[in-house]
Design a protein around this ligand. Sequence first.
Ligand SMILES: [Zn+2]
Ligand SMILES: [Zn+2]
Ligand SMILES: [Zn+2]
Length: 336
Amino acid sequence: MRAFACPICHRLVVFESLECLHCGTALAFQWDARGIAPLHDGLACANRDLVSCNGRAGPSGYCLSCALTRTRPADDDDAGRARLAKAEMAKRRLIFELLELELPVVGYRERPDGLAFDMLNSRSGEVSTGHSDGVITLDLAEVDDVHREQLRTQMHEPYRTILGHLRHEIGHYYEPILCPPGSASRMRYRELFGDERADYQKALKRHYEKGPPDGWSERYVSAYATTHPWEDWSETFAHYLHIRDTLQTSIAYGVTVAGPDVFIVDEAPLYSFPAATSDGINGLLDKWLPMTYALNALSRSMGAGDLYPFVIGPTVTEKLGLIHALMSTERVSLTV
Ligand SMILES: [Zn+2]
Ligand SMILES: [Zn+2]
Ligand SMILES: [Zn+2]
């Protein structure tokens, strides 16, 4: 995420700011320019009061992000609306990053197979979060911290957030776009993630019965990634978005890591890439990994858990390398 300045008094405001805390100017986020501007009459997103969206309205009356939401709780459902507000906040961050990475964001209002979000308010998880043909379903019960933490503990996951869910599900959406059938990227995908034509339902059943294979962390970014190539891709894709967003934020705020003095660069397991082939991803991880060590140490100093509770091994680095190549000018040659 970038850092923003109030267009009137030039003090710091954030991506979500509805008004400047210093001069009181009402603010709107302009999706086309991806910047903060004064809010002009009649141009507030129709969701401004309902879910505190600061987006500037497009032709539909909603901002670019809110216009992608196809289904949501009724406006008089107070509990649902409170959850929706938090989910939409995470979704705006997702959409911002997709645009920053120049990924296509085409909504269902523009094209029948375009991107749509169904925000469904179950009481305790009767709705399945997932993706199908451009429609991302989010169970708003996950917004509830207690419910989400219970699930996280039950599933032995080190990390579970709404933004993380959205980053994972959008990975499913982009998989056939970035790796079309017959393309160079699809061939590379199969080398790295495996053959996605393997029976998905069987794979899921096996995962829930037997759990991840021994030693999975050397080849996968999470236990869930071991389920099926589709899930491996999406888990890795979500990580790529974590890394790019957090690194962008660190640059925006001038955070650099030059320590600790005891930093060991040779045999440390978090820092070995014998199998890596791409300088691009290595350059990115050279910035990212020291940052995570520092962020995790800071977080532990506050008595909280690691901000980035993951290990990136050599195989995962290669997987991230393909995604990184697909985010660069190489995309053009890889997707044909
Ligand atoms: Zn101001
Ligand atoms: Zn909006
Ligand atoms: Zn998935």
